[in-house]
Ligand binder design. Structure first.
Ligand code: SIN
Ligand code: MN
Length: 267
């Protein structure tokens, strides 16, 4: 175990868990360097904001032979801190379903409407929401720069049949309607801001309803998302599978790397 019993209970109860200072400032700096390099690449792994311009999202940092590969990010995905914590909440061996980075550039970074990630992932052939997202703050996350918000306990609703919205931003999402979100908050309580210093980690359940606002500040808000799937949550075939960098079907259990700090090279 990496997490305490009380932390796992809090995750099960709330659908999320915040772990401040889990990653050091030097480790964050190394990851940001790799990400800045990846953002320069011209490839389908990079999704730009609506109307073009700044990168909104990048996939594939775990594929070291791919154009957006980032050795520091890949190494962190196998650290005891992240990997064992994911095993603890899923009670299983895990593998990486994908890694993505979400940029939200100063003044221009756009919103993420209220949604559950499993709304999308079930269309990839996943039967059960037995995944966990481990989100790492690469910049200070504030309410002004568009931090994430979670609706506590919303994972207990199951996967809500929400309408698909591919108009609001450059990324299509099954987005809760006004009525669905209002009813949810009336029953579950107000959304909780996920703010913190760089190096803070937030783990959340695929059915936890979350969203974030426009970046109104003059500071960027970059975040990295490591999504782990339980190895026993085998993906079913679908007619049009998404690329492996978005929906990895190769469920070989990931092993913890020998060196815990990603500043120490290799195994
Ligand atoms: C997401 O829901 O995938 C991202 C939200 C955010 O980065 O604010
Ligand atoms: Mn999401």
């Amino acid at each position: 175990m990496f997490l305490t019993k009380a932390q796992v209970e809090a995750y099960d109860r709330d659908g999320f868990l915040i772990l401040p200072n889990l990653v050091s400032k030097d480790e964050v700096a190394l990851i940001k360097q790799g990400l800045a390099r990846a953002a320069q690449v011209d490839d389908d792994r990079i999704i730009r904001e609506k109307g073009g311009g700044a990168a909104r999202m990048i996939y594939g940092m775990d594929d070291l032979s791919g154009p957006t590969g980032c050795a520091a990010t890949e190494a962190l995905s196998r650290s005891n801190r992240l990997l064992q914590a994911a095993r603890d909440v899923l009670r299983d061996e895990v593998y990486l379903f994908h890694i993505k980075a979400n940029f939200k550039e100063a003044l221009t970074g756009q919103i993420w409407q209220w949604h559950q990630d499993f709304g999308y992932w079930r269309t990839d052939g996943l039967r059960e929401p037995r995944l966990v997202t481990t989100m790492l703050m690469l910049d200070k996350a504030t309410e002004l720069n568009g931090c994430l918000y979670f609706v506590p306990g919303s994972h207990k609703e199951g996967t809500i049949d929400a309408p698909f919205d591919d108009k609001t931003t450059s990324v299509g999402l099954w987005t809760l309607s006004k009525e669905q979100q209002t009813d949810l908050v009336n029953r579950r309580g107000e959304p909780v801001p996920v703010i913190g210093e760089p190096g803070t980690v937030a783990m959340f359940h695929p059915d936890t309803v979350h969203g974030s606002g426009h970046n109104m500040s003059t500071h960027a808000r970059w975040q990295m998302y490591f999504v782990y799937n339980a190895v026993s949550n085998v993906m079913q075939p679908v007619p049009k599978p998404r690329p492996a960098y978005k929906a990895n079907r190769n469920n070989v259990a990931l092993q913890i790397r020998a060196k815990e700090s990603i500043l120490e090279p290799a195994e």
